[in-house]
Design a protein around this ligand. Sequence first.
Ligand code: KG4
Ligand code: ZN
Length: 334
Amino acid sequence: KKDQYILGIETSCDETAASIVKNGIEIVSNVVASQIESQKRFGGVVPEIASRHHVEQITIVIEEALQQANLKPSELDAVAVTEGPGLVGALLIGINAAKAFAFAHQLPIIGVHHIAGHIYANQLVQRMEFPLLALIVSGGHTELVLMREHGSFELIGETRDDAAGEAYDKVARVLNLPYPGGPEIDRLAAESDGEIEFPRAWLEPDSYDFSFSGLKSAVINYKHNLEQRGGTVNPAHMAAGFQNSVVDVLTTKTKKAAEQYQVRQVIAAGGVAANKQLRASLTETFLELNIPFYVPPIYLCTDNAAMIAAAGASMYENGVRSNLSMNGRPGMEL
Ligand code: KG4
Ligand code: ZN
């Protein structure tokens, strides 16, 4: 059988990325142009600035992905692109580039859900086994997804307010740490010699939903009250307390869901899955339960196009095709 090559394109947030994946499992090239340096000045992602960066970078990044792979467009089988969710202006840059490329080279185009991409990042390091439970934790998402087969996604829990990464970024701002806050809090917490106890939001006993806004408020109130009394905060202790609360809730709910649905594999995905303490906590938990647990290397946890190509490859095999009327879908459902 002939090898399959999929070009993946991702522009849903602040990374402009293109990648070529072979047979759905092997990265041939993987190019990511990050805007983090530029967005740092604003303490977060400014949609209009993100769009402008994507416009400047997109053709360069696609060219580079082809060059590194040493492939001609005619050797590709399809173009997979993030259709949603994300910033609509940002999504449209990737989608229009994908459409133009697909039209010019007579290739099929496949619209991929960003979260399906994060989940399929695992396929690049480890074959997926079903039923599978995925914990997706990123700047825009906190979700528990049950997969019974390829392409089937059952949402069993999600955040009711802030996403985990959003909480990280907001708490980091309170602690005067640079953007993105996740890696900073991760580092501070690891070095800390103590912790401030913050609450955990368990919600209803049978719920797999999450809530992080109460925790965020608790952190803000603690700092405010302490400073009102003339005290000075210990940022490391606060970071450790915040992170312990997040990791405790994420681990406990993932464990409970894995047991209830008797899954054969658990995976973590998304930017927050780069967190060292979360990785360690999940690894230990599922080692005890004897359920295989995987999390992709950090460069495949944060936004990239290899994951979009990997998800697109599976969709391609299943006969899924989009067409040139594709539009950006900021609130796209899995
Ligand atoms: O998946 P991602 O790159 O973009 C989105 O789709 O949102 O995730 C970015 C998020 C940011 O909120 C960032 O602070 C968080 O992932 N993050 C981390 C770590 N590295 C990135 N959060 C906690 N610990 C980390 N080491
Ligand atoms: Zn993402």
